[in-house]
Design a protein around this ligand. Structure first.
Ligand SMILES: NC(=O)c1ccc[n+]([C@@H]2O[C@H](COP(=O)([O-])OP(=O)(O)OC[C@H]3O[C@@H](n4cnc5c(N)ncnc54)[C@H](OP(=O)(O)O)[C@@H]3O)[C@@H](O)[C@H]2O)c1
Length: 335
């Protein structure tokens, strides 16, 4: 198969998806930081998932760049930086030129593809999203801890990407209405700040009703704004999106029975926002809760729960607390 892919932002998602595409037969070149280049040069790249898939690429099989200008000619450029870095990446790509490559944003949030498109008006930029979670385990190891597919805006020439991903065991879908897919994913991502502030693995956090009640409150505000904006909500989990707040509110014994697929994940999986706080980096909270607050405002609504949680995450970014119990968090955000 002739398929040349550039991964711009080789971190958790970039290394996992790049590794999966290379496993599926694509030629992949990674662009990332010096730190990641050294880690992969020393240990190679190892991807695995919670179902038991394992695949390793030796360092000699990897093409890793740290300079934009050294990127070769590519069919697709997949952007996998955090949302706060998209503008800078877009500017650098616009300067070096993308040589006709199709650009795919595989990021959370709802605004990244538009930002990329603004900087590169002549390029075809597609929105995409990843429904599963990837954790960096060090020494070149990237582990998918939850279930889910890669979904990309329907467009010509995506079949080879789909074939390579499916060959690696990663489900791939296209969708015509990515705006609604991204907002539906954002609803689920509202758990990221809760997980980050709980300092617990996702499975432990979601098994506790008080944390789930926090998530239900955030989702109710988001659903109100999404409905006011007339954005259809897609079903991305076993539970229809509109039912999520009700299911999350159930007592633990009922939730663990009725919502078992929502807990089918690696017991050690955590959100990437937890990883950001752990590393002392700025989080994507403005691109998640911040978007809910803006959409609500645009439609004459308020989103006070999302505002309070956003403020707590910003405090944690500045070194504040990030070990709240579910009850403490619930009291603080619903005050
Ligand atoms: N991780 C997950 O489980 C997951 C799941 C679904 C969706 N997502 C979404 O996918 C996106 C990527 O998340 P992630 O967790 O993979 O992030 P990540 O681990 O931080 O990876 C991004 C990488 O890009 C690097 N980078 C940033 N700017 C760069 C530049 N100008 N040049 C070269 N490298 C640069 C970062 O380095 P520095 O850190 O040094 O800046 C980092 O290594 C986010 O929107 C996230 O919400 C993540």
């Amino acid at each position: 198969m002739s398929l040349r892919i550039g991964i711009v932002g080789a971190g958790s998602i970039g290394c996992y998806i790049g590794g999966a595409l290379q496993m599926g037969g694509a030629e992949v070149c990674f662009l990332g930081r010096e730190r990641m280049a050294s880690e992969l040069a020393e240990h190679g790249l190892h991807i695995s998932d919670f179902r038991g898939m394992k695949y390793s690429l030796p360092a000699s099989a990897l093409h890793f760049h740290t300079e934009f200008r050294s990127l070769p000619e590519l069919d697709f450029i997949i952007v996998t930086v955090k949302s706060g870095d998209t503008a800078a990446i877009a500017e650098q790509l616009a300067v070096v030129g993308t040589g006709g490559a199709t650009i795919i944003s595989l990021q959370n949030g709802v605004a990244n593809a538009a930002l990329l498109s603004q900087a590169m008006p002549s390029a075809l930029v597609l929105s995409g999203m990843i429904a599963f979670n990837v954790l960096q385990r060090g020494e070149g190891r990237f582990h998918a801890g939850t279930d889910g597919a890669v979904i990309v805006q329907a467009a010509p020439r995506l079949d080879k990407i789909g074939t390579a991903l499916v060959a690696s065991g990663t489900p791939f879908e296209t969708h015509r209405d990515m705006r609604s897919v991204l907002w539906s994913k954002l609803l689920l991502n509202l758990n990221n700040p809760i997980n980050a502030l709980s300092n617990l693995p996702l499975k432990t956090e979601l098994s506790q009703r008080a944390y789930r009640r926090c998530l239900a409150l955030l989702q109710r505000e988001a659903l109100a704004a999404i409905t006011a904006a007339d954005i259809p909500v897609q079903r991305l989990t076993a539970v229809p999106a509109s039912m999520l707040p009700y299911i999350l509110n159930l007592p633990d014994f009922l939730f663990t029975r009725l919502a078992q697929p929502m807990l089918a994940m690696d017991p050690l999986a955590r959100s990437s926002m937890w990883e950001d706080l752990e590393r002392g980096r700025k989080t994507e909270v403005e691109w998640l809760n911040g978007e809910v607050i803006s959409l609500a405002r645009e439609h004459g609504l308020n989103a006070p729960v999302n505002s309070r949680l956003k403020a707590l995450v910003h405090a944690a970014e500045q070194g504040g607390r990030r070990d709240y119990s579910g009850e403490e968090l619930l009291a603080l955000i619903s005050a």
